[in-house]
Design a protein around this ligand. Structure first.
Ligand SMILES: [Zn+2]
Length: 368
C-alpha cells in the first residue's frame, strides 16, 4: 500500500520520530523501485511537487496544523525530512541517468580489435596508362610534354595545319562546332579539337626552333559509338623541328619508339599516305606483336598492324609560325600521331573500345 500523509494526533517526540521513520522508510522503498527516466520523474513529482507533493503535504498537515508548543519539534523534523527526501530523489535520478549513459556507452562501444573496412586501391585507367607509357618513351628521347585546350579555334585546328578552307574534315559530320557562331569569320569559330595537332602550332608559336615536343590529349569527333569508334578518344602526337632533320630521323625515331613500347623484336614498315600538314606522309605498321609476323586473327593474317601516321612537316605549316623563327629554308621537321585507345586495344587484346568508357569495375580491375 502506497504511503500517504495523515494528520498527527500525538506530538510527543516518540510519536514524531515514529512518523518520520515511516516516511523515510516509504521514500527509501519507492526510490528503490525507480527503474527508468519516466519513473524517476513521477517519483520526484510525488514527493517534491510544489502543489501537492508529499513534502508540501507534511508542511501543511504536520507543521502548519501543529499546536504552538509542538511547532519547534515538528519544524526540526520536517526540515530533516526535506533534506532526506531531496537526497533520495536526486540519488534515484542520478542512478537512472548513469545507467542510461552506461547502456548508451555499451551500445556505441568500439571494438578496436575488429578488422577495419578495407578500401580497394584505385589503379590507372588502361587508356591513361597506355598514354603515359607512350609519352614516357618519347620523354626518354629528350622530348618535352605539351598540352592544350580541348576547345580550339578553327584557325589552330585546321587553317594553320594547312587544311584548305572547304576541307571535308570541317564538315559537321566530323567536327563538333560550338553553336551560334555563324556571324564569326570561319577562322575564329570555336570547335572541339579533332586532333591534338593544334598544340603543335601552339608549341611552335611559344618556342622558336629547335623543338622536340610530345602532345598527349583528348580529342572529339562526331562519330557514332561502336566497337571501334568513340566520339571522344585520345591521341599522342609528336613534333621535332631542327636544322637538317630528314625522313631518316623520323624512321629511326619511330622505329626506336615502337621497339621501346612493344619490345625489341618489333619491326616497322612505312607506307606512303596523305595528311594535309605533312609532305611526304606515311602510315607506319609494326610487326604483329601477337604472332610475330607469321599471321594471325589480330593482324588479319598479314603479319602487320597499322599503328600511326607521320610525315615531314609541310613547309606551308611553317608559314604560319614563320615570325617565330620557323623559316622552311633553314629548318625542317617531322610529326607523328597515334590513337591511344587503338594501341591499348591491341596491346591488351580488347575487342570493344566502349569498354574503356563504361566504368565497369569488372573490366577495369583487370588492369589494377
Ligand atoms: Zn598476328
Amino acid at each position: 500500500m502506497a504511503y500517504s500523509v495523515t494528520k498527527l494526533d500525538d506530538y510527543s517526540p516518540a510519536a514524531l520520530d515514529a512518523a518520520v521513520r515511516d516516511l523515510l522508510s516509504a521514500v527509501t522503498q519507492e526510490a528503490g523501485a525507480v527503474i527508468g527516466e519516466n519513473d524517476s520523474k513521477l517519483f520526484r513529482d510525488r514527493w517534491m511537487a510544489r502543489k501537492n507533493g508529499i513534502l508540501t503535504q507534511i508542511n501543511d498537515l504536520w507543521l502548519k496544523a501543529a499546536p504552538g508548543p509542538a511547532k519547534r519539534e515538528v519544524g526540526a523534523r520536517v526540515n530533516q525530512l526535506k533534506t532526506e527526501v531531496e537526497r533520495a530523489v536526486d540519488a534515484a535520478q542520478q542512478r537512472i541517468s548513469n545507467s542510461a549513459s552506461k547502456s548508451r556507452f555499451d551500445s556505441e562501444r568500439l571494438d578496436i580489435t575488429l578488422p577495419g573496412i578495407r578500401r580497394p586501391l584505385g589503379a590507372e585507367h588502361p587508356v591513361l596508362r597506355t598514354m603515359n607509357e607512350i609519352v614516357q618513351v618519347f620523354r626518354a628521347m629528350g622530348y618535352s610534354v605539351a598540352e592544350g585546350p580541348e576547345i580550339e579555334t578553327d584557325y589552330l585546328n585546321f587553317e594553320a595545319l594547312n587544311f584548305p578552307p572547304n576541307h571535308p574534315a570541317r564538315d559537321t559530320q566530323d567536327t563538333i562546332f560550338v553553336a551560334g557562331q555563324e556571324r564569326k569569320p570561319q577562322r575564329d569559330r570555336l570547335l572541339l579539337r579533332t586532333h591534338t595537332s593544334p598544340v603543335q602550332i601552339r608549341a611552335m608559336m611559344a618556342t622558336p626552333p629547335p623543338i622536340r615536343v610530345v602532345v598527349p590529349g583528348k580529342v572529339h569527333r562526331a562519330d557514332t559509338a561502336d566497337a571501334t569508334h568513340s566520339p571522344i578518344f585520345h591521341q599522342v602526337e609528336g613534333l621535332a623541328v631542327d636544322s637538317n632533320i630528314t625522313f631518316s630521323d623520323l624512321k629511326g625515331t619511330l622505329d626506336h619508339a615502337m621497339k621501346a613500347f612493344f619490345g625489341s623484336n618489333v619491326k616497322t614498315r612505312f607506307f606512303p599516305s596523305f595528311f594535309p600538314f605533312t609532305e611526304p606522309s606515311a602510315d607506319v605498321s609494326v610487326t604483329c606483336f601477337k604472332c610475330g609476323g607469321k599471321g594471325c586473327r589480330l593482324c588479319k593474317m598479314s603479319g602487320w598492324i597499322e599503328l600511326l601516321g607521320c610525315g615531314m612537316v609541310d613547309p606551308n605549316v611553317f608559314q604560319f609560325v614563320k615570325s617565330n623563327g620557323y623559316d622552311s629554308r633553314k629548318i625542317s621537321g617531322f610529326a607523328f600521331g597515334m590513337g591511344v585507345e587503338r594501341i591499348a586495344m591491341l596491346k591488351y587484346g580488347i575487342d570493344d573500345i566502349q569498354l574503356f568508357y563504361q566504368g565497369d569495375v569488372r573490366f577495369l580491375e583487370q588492369f589494377a
